[in-house]
Design a protein around this ligand. Structure first.
Ligand code: B12
Ligand code: SF4
Length: 470
């Protein structure tokens, strides 16, 4: 039995930005008796069905955005007589759907690191269960990825995860529900080993693919102290000191290694942490600003963010400590007014952001927003090509609405136009030229302009949606 792992995508470009980490982690979880897993990342090239033989096993990892293509791949594999198994965030939330629409024999919920070998054994013996629960594995059980199986020169950035889960509970994000609110942090040894291996393979840019690189804030520590909760305080201090240990070790790596991560803006109050990041050459971070209004922050359960002057100061602090910020903003919140767009554009310019993204509020399954929206749709939701809009991922991407949640005072078209306007202002040639001063010389300045324009082109106008905007 040959094991295939497929990362589904409608579009293939022959090259991709970031390595899909799950492929290489599951390859590591595949017992040696099965040989090396055959990996297919469809963002590079489409699956060649003739490589799948009857009796093989095909593992398909899906998030909501690529579930539609994933289910097509499942049907192709099943027709060829293979065992079909689904996993990933979307299969975790809707395991039955993978059986109904993806022709799966079984679906795996949660982490695949430990349960995968069991699934393979059960398929070999011809009696897999319908649904497996891989749960949330402990940090010591996270498997380092099989980077030796990575194709040469296909990706620009490698991805290494250092911590999983997030203690916050933002309304548009599923991470805290699926991956849990307890940070599960890997030991620095295993992280460094992976990074060294990736360097040897030629990588210099690495994404620390964490939900939140700053799992313990100073506020968390103060709270535990005030509550006299010694056990909690010690746990938090241990997590924090392990973060510093990891960053010290990253700092010892050769100087041309560059990291990027995702972090909450609370880190701005922890300048020791920011300085350690700079030394570790974590040169950039996506920060979820989300909205500039206090009402908006309340709506998304993100009270730990700031608004107004304090927001500008916090974002500038990152820059002052050598960390470039990619600010992530959400439009379409019920509290947004027409002037929120202008205020956001002005703040994005003022606060020293290097890049910014302006996404539309989208209900992702597993989130509080989704639950509310699904409930509001009632028992007879709108249908697109016969499919309830609350299962929009079961329709081709082109037929999905750009806006899902009606706004109390602005039409979808108005929201879209105003959002585009903010993209246009932030990425006007003049603004980019101003920002490009952060680079050391003219050549770098020109490269910065090119990357900024490319980024804007890739994201704006796609109706791209809320991520775990951290
Ligand atoms: C790093 C990251 C990115 C990076 C890199 C993506 C890449 N090429 O890998 C970037 C920034 C590019 C990105 C982009 C996006 N992302 Co993202 N991303 C993440 C993040 C933080 C980590 C993913 C990761 O590498 N994890 C490490 C691996 C090892 O874990 P894993 O993928 O979960 O896999 C484990 C299990 O799920 C399981 N498993 C996975 N697949 C399979 C398959 C089988 C057969 C089995 C048995 C098990 C199994 O086993 C694995 C090992 O334990 C996750 C958050 C998260 N906690 O997952 C969000 C997350 C996946 N992203 C999300 C979103 C929304 C997006 C975007 C749509 C955002 C946007 N607005 O553009 C885009 C979509 C990009 C695309 N088309 O693929 C959402 C997905 C929500 C959903 N319901 O689909 C997540 C969950 C964050 C969130 N808010 O909830 N992302
Ligand atoms: S958006 Fe970010 S901070 Fe909020 S719960 Fe998700 S990962 Fe945590």
């Amino acid at each position: 039995m040959k094991v295939h792992l497929v990362n589904p995508s409608d579009m293939s470009f022959g090259t991709a930005v970031i390595t899909p980490r799950w492929l290489y982690v599951l390859a590591a979880a595949t017992p040696a008796a099965f040989g090396n897993a055959e990996i297919c990342d469809e963002t590079l090239e489409q699956l060649d069905p003739s490589r799948i033989a009857a009796g093989d096993l095909v593992g398909i990892g899906i998030h909501t955005g690529n579930a539609f293509r994933g289910y097509q791949v499942g049907k192709i594999a099943r027709e060829r007589g293979a065992w079909v198994v689904f996993g990933g965030i979307h299969a975790t939330l809707y395991p039955e759907e993978a059986l109904d629409f993806g022709a799966a024999h079984c679906a795996v919920k949660g982490d695949g690191d430990v349960v995968w070998s069991q699934v393979l054994r059960d398929c070999v013996s011809g009696s897999p269960k319908r649904i497996y629960d891989g749960g949330r594995v402990e940090p010591g059980q996270f498997l380092p990825a099989r980077w030796d199986l990575l194709p040469e020169n296909s990706y620009m950035w490698a991805s290494v995860q250092t911590v999983r889960g997030c203690s916050k509970h933002c309304s548009f994000c599923s991470v805290w529900r699926t991956d849990g609110q307890r940070p599960r942090q890997r030991a620095s040894d295993t992280v460094i080993q992976e990074i060294v291996q990736l360097r040897r393979k030629g990588f210099r840019f690495m994404a620390l693919a964490d939900d939140n690189f700053y799992p313990v804030s100073l506020t968390d520590l103060r709270l535990a102290e005030r509550q006299g909760n010694t056990q909690k305080l010690n746990q938090l201090r241990t997590i924090r000191s392990e973060r510093f240990e990891l960053m010290e070790r990253l700092a010892d790596l050769p100087a041309d290694t560059v990291f990027f991560t995702q972090i909450t803006m609370e880190a701005a109050e922890d300048t020791d942490f920011l300085d350690a990041m700079r030394k570790a050459r974590i040169k950039g971070a996506l920060v979820g600003v989300e909205t500039v209004t206090p009402e908006g922050l309340k709506t998304v359960f993100k009270d730990f963010n700031s608004s107004g002057v304090s927001l500008v100061q916090r974002l500038q602090t990152f820059r002052e400590h050598g960390i470039h910020v990619l600010g992530s903003f959400i439009f379409g919140l019920p509290s947004d007014e027409p002037d929120t767009f202008d205020a956001t554009a002005a703040l994005a310019q003022e606060s020293g952001l290097t890049f910014a993204q302006f996404v539309m509020l989208t209900p992702f399954p597993g989130t509080v927003d989704f639950q509310r929206w699904e409930k509001a749709q009632g028992s007879t939701p709108t249908r697109i090509s016969g499919v309830p809009v609350t299962r929009y991922w079961l329709t081709p991407a082109a037929s999905r609405p750009k806006m899902f949640m009606p706004h109390p005072s602005m039409s979808s078209e108005e929201l879209r136009e105003r959002t585009q306007g903010v993209w246009d202002r932030f990425y006007s040639l003049r603004s980019i030229w101003e920002r490009s001063r952060c680079t050391p010389n003219l050549r770098a300045r020109l490269a910065f302009i090119f990357v900024s324009k490319l980024y804007r082109q890739m994201y704006a106008g796609t109706g791209i949606s809320t991520d775990s905007a951290r």
